[in-house]
Design a protein around this ligand. Structure first.
Ligand code: MN3
Length: 198
């Protein structure tokens, strides 16, 4: 298996200005996201070593590292892909599903905004689709290495760790969350939704 690699940003670092500043996007992607990729590869290499030696004394610690860095890598890959300079509103089947289940797109945004604003420091807000009933769920992630609804497929994720907004917004997380609705790549969210329902 090849090592995990940091995916390139799908747009220029300043593409989300003025809502998310270029310096934050650069540091977030080049330093924070990169660190998860390095951490995940490191933990997997140690597990490979452990398998070769037949010595699993550190398996609990290493499993936690895989969960922490693996979730970090996957969530940040989704996060950067579900943002984009064009913004807009959901359309098609996704829009119908959101309206059907939340009453309106604004209701969903209200719940997801509240989940983002009240998540503990290292958290995420997430719109997900669970595959048993096909229901859309707003999920509040407080420790990203813990699964909240096992099997639910993230459609839209919003990073609310301080590094995602602090340079521009300092302690005003709610202002960052309010601004981020201007730069959601709904086509990407829709693509994930259509794949999740199959
Ligand atoms: Mn982050």
């Amino acid at each position: 298996m090849e090592e995990y690699k940091l995916p390139a940003l799908p747009y220029a670092p300043d593409a989300l200005e003025p809502h998310i500043d270029a310096r934050t996007v650069s540091i977030h992607h080049d330093k924070h996201h990169a660190a998860y990729v390095t951490g995940l590869n490191g933990a997997l290499a140690k597990l490979e070593e452990a398998r070769k030696k037949g010595d699993f004394a550190d398996v609990q610690h290493l499993s936690r590292l895989v969960a922490f860095h693996g979730s970090g890598h996957l969530l940040h890959t989704l996060y950067f892909a579900n943002l984009g300079p064009k913004g807009g509103e959901p359309s098609g089947a996704l829009s119908e599903a959101i309206t059907g289940q939340f009453g309106s797109v604004d209701n969903m945004k209200g719940q997801l905004t509240a989940a983002c604003n009240s998540a503990a420091g290292s958290g995420w807000g997430m719109l997900a689709c669970e595959p048993v009933g096909g229901r859309l769920l707003v999920i509040q992630v407080e420790k990203h290495e813990n699964q909240i609804v096992v099997g639910a497929i993230p459609l839209l994720v919003i990073d609310v760790w301080e590094h995602a907004y602090y340079l521009k917004y300092q302690n005003l997380r709610a202002d960052y969350v309010k601004a981020i609705w201007n730069v959601i790549n709904w086509k990407e969210v829709e693509k994930r939704f259509n794949a999740a329902r199959k």
